[in-house]
Write a protein that binds this ligand. Structure first.
Ligand SMILES: Cc1ncc(COP(=O)(O)O)c(C=O)c1O
Length: 375
């Protein structure tokens, strides 16, 4: 029997930088500045350099969900107002809108790819307007790591006077039209959940922001809405700081991130060749680059392929078996006049295969062989 292949090996990088991470953790244990210690600012600066877009400020926070909530709060989401977002996403996107008392209006995905479709956004805006909703923004998601179509979405946002937020929890590391994710839209958010392309050893997140005033608001929001000092509270915020320990772990991980992204590209390319003819493999828009948070295939025989992978101890997962508009907590916001058929079609056919930078060619080939055998 072959060795099991994990869906995501969150520890494989330790063979390269485990010692540096342990030293960094020991340094934090020793210096004792566990809340907003020096590593947090160092990591924020390193992320800004990584994105490489003039004027982008990176602000760490406790997780990708808080990042979304705070970003929407800073951009402006009055109670009862609406935000267009994809239904095919991890629920945190819509959850952030609902947490602030807003109305998520679900749009469909593109015909080729997994991201929000600009035409569907236009339809969703029309339907929401007919319903008398006050639409304030669009939140796009870089699903599975591929950047959303920010150029077109930006145009729609401008036409309608809406803000555009990028939920790049899965997309950080990706690139579109020569600009790294984090440099698109007015604001972007990400997650350092361990399974993400840049994962920490617990929870973590960040907001990337272009407007200095928004940056100042976010600095306040993440520390209980502080004003000139900690016990001056000028707005309702929350406790959402990136742990010093997590920043210390992320610093060496960010140093090798570009190489890891190249390795993810290598894995995706080999899957692309190896799976041709058996299943539908992901397509990335010309000139764009995915962070390959997931390698997700589309197949009519999901049950059979899944069973074969399970039998061969090959990690796999269904992201996501139920779209947001069909979730019990969210179905109340489903607008039946918005066509979500592509989202529904995909949720019964997608299957994610092992994806991480340390997969060997032999492991990738074995996954392909098993998929071919069952397809
Ligand atoms: C698309 C998307 N948005 C938001 C989040 C929330 O991030 P976190 O788990 O760090 O709160 C995730 C993470 O799972 C995600 O995949």
């Amino acid at each position: 029997m072959n060795d099991p292949i994990q869906l995501i090996d969150v520890k494989a990088h330790q063979a390269r930088i485990g010692d540096e991470i342990r030293n960094n953790i020991a340094a934090v244990v020793d210096h004792g500045k566990w809340i907003m210690g020096p590593e947090v600012a160092q990591f924020e600066t390193a992320m800004e350099e990584f994105i490489g877009v003039e004027g982008v400020t990176a602000l760490g926070c406790a997780n990708g969900t808080d990042a979304l909530v705070m970003a929407m709060q800073a951009l402006g989401l009055p109670h009862g107002s609406a935000v267009i977002c994809p239904s095919f996403t991890f629920v945190a996107t819509a959850e952030a809108v609902a947490t602030l008392g807003g109305v998520p209006v679900f749009a469909d995905v593109e015909s080729h790819g997994f991201n929000i479709c600009p035409d569907s956004v236009r339809q969703a805006i029309k339907v929401a307007q007919t319903e008398g909703l006050d639409i304030v923004g669009i939140c796009a998601v870089d699903l599975f790591g591929a950047p959303a179509q920010y150029g077109e979405l930006e145009t729609i946002a401008q036409e309608h006077g809406l803000w555009l937020l990028s939920d790049a929890a899965q997309g950080f590391g990706g690139e579109s039209k020569g600009v790294r994710v984090g440099g698109h839209a007015q604001m972007s958010t990400t997650s350092f959940f361990p399974a993400k392309p840049l994962g920490c050893y617990g929870d973590g997140g960040a907001v990337f922001v272009k407007d200095p005033e928004h940056a100042a608001t976010l600095r306040s929001l993440r520390v209980h809405g502080k004003g000139s000092e900690k016990y001056d509270n000028v707005r309702i915020g929350q406790n959402s700081r990136l742990d010093t320990l997590q920043a210390a772990i992320l610093l060496p991980k960010l140093k090798i991130f570009a190489e890891e992204l190249d390795a993810r590209d290598r894995v995706a390319a080999r899957y692309g060749e190896g799976l041709a003819g058996a299943v539908q493999t992901p397509t990335i828009v010309d000139g764009d680059r995915s962070a390959w948070a997931q390698y997700t295939i589309v197949t009519e025989n999901r049950e059979g392929i899944k069973a074969a992978l399970d039998e061969n101890q090959i990690g796999n997962a269904i992201y996501y078996p139920k779209p947001a508009h069909q979730q019990t907590g969210y179905a109340q916001w489903h607008q039946s006049d918005i066509d979500l058929s592509r989202t529904e079609w995909l949720t019964s056919r997608v299957l994610s295969l092992p994806m991480h930078p340390y997969l060997t060619d032999a492991q990738i080939d074995r996954v392909c062989e098993v998929v071919h055998g069952a397809a």
